[in-house]
Ligand binder design. Structure first.
Ligand SMILES: [Fe+2]
Length: 315
């Protein structure tokens, strides 16, 4: 395991073996129950366009993990892993043995992907994130503002195909905000869009918050606004994310898969480094600071403390 840190953040990069690896291929024609219409399914693999935020997006519900597959997924011991490529364009899925317990899930996602994304095999990478550990009472496994995965900011010119992401958690499912977001007047080179998502959610008092069930497999896209859920009591949690992307993820801190030969220069990347500012400076201060900052923008004296956006949930 390797430890990396920059701008006050810490990443552990697992050392993974090549022995005993899994290879998974999509099985064509597997039965998948899909909704008749979904803005997410309509836009799979289309090129990024901010206009799509105006259409509310509830993740596509893809069924629950069968009881028989849960014990394996839930079993503690998987290394914490951030955005490790497990599929390259043109390749099958190759997964180190440390994640063999995810075989059912990976096969299921590969099969669904083959149904919904005609470009999956030739054009897409798949990146896997695994977070397994104890969530203390009153906190989030991954503290973050309202956000999307795969936001294409100013660095991405021209824009490319959007990502889409499958997630599952055994407890504390993610909160999704199924409402339109309007970014008229914001400049991607200047404004922090995630703070504006916070503000627009708070404006509705979180009235459009939606959760999947524990163990329910869901699919979101790059316009699906969400945030982790806080644990009311301390609880172990297993959370898996599989992101399909046409882009190289070269962020320093991402896990490396020894089953593929690649040598990307890795770069420190985080939103703080972009120097963005708030679009609505009069909004509640908790909605426009980074989690590691207090409401005045200063780092918390205790580096484990986090500011949570006041999204004004009722009740
Ligand atoms: Fe996310």
């Amino acid at each position: 395991m390797e430890e990396i840190g920059y701008r006050g953040k810490h990443y552990t990069i697992p050392a993974l073996d090549t022995a005993g690896a899994l290879t998974i291929e999509a099985r064509p024609g597997v039965d998948v129950d899909l909704p008749e219409s979904s803005p997410i399914l309509d836009k799979i693999g289309s090129v990024w366009d901010l206009e799509n935020f105006k259409v509310p997006r509830q993740p596509v519900r893809l069924g629950h993990v069968p009881e028989s597959a849960r014990a394996a997924i839930h079993r503690p011991g998987m290394p914490r892993t951030l955005d490790m490529p497990i599929k390259f364009p043109g390749s099958p899925y190759r997964v180190p043995a440390a994640f063999a317990q995810l075989e059912w899930l990976l096969q299921r996602v590969a099969d669904i992907e083959a149904v919904i994304n005609p470009r999956h095999h030739d054009e897409f990478y798949c990146y896997m994130t695994v977070d397994q550990g104890d969530v203390p009472a009153g906190s989030l496994q991954r503290e973050a503002p309202c956000h999307v995965d795969g936001f294409q900011g100013a660095r991405w010119t021209p824009k490319v195909r959007i990502n889409h992401t499958y997630t599952i958690s055994d407890v504390l499912p993610t909160a999704y905000y199924v409402q339109p977001f309007d970014f008229t007047g914001l400049d991607e080179a200047r404004h922090n869009f995630f703070w504006e998502m916070n503000r627009q959610v708070a404006e509705t008092n979180s009235a459009h918050e939606w959760h999947a069930d524990p163990w329910e497999l869901t699919l979101m896209d790059a316009y699906t606004v969400h945030r982790g859920a806080a644990a009311p009591v301390a609880t172990p949690r297993t959370w898996i994310r599989l992101s399909f992307e046409v882009r190289i993820f070269d962020r320093l801190g991402n896990a490396r898969n020894p089953l593929f030969r690649y040598d990307w220069p890795m770069h420190p990347r985080d939103i703080e480094g972009l120097g963005l500012e708030v679009f609505a400076p009069d909004s509640d201060p908790s909605l426009r600071v980074f989690p590691w900052q207090d409401v005045d923008g200063n780092p918390h004296p205790d580096r484990h403390q986090r500011t949570r956006p006041n999204l004004r949930p009722r009740g």
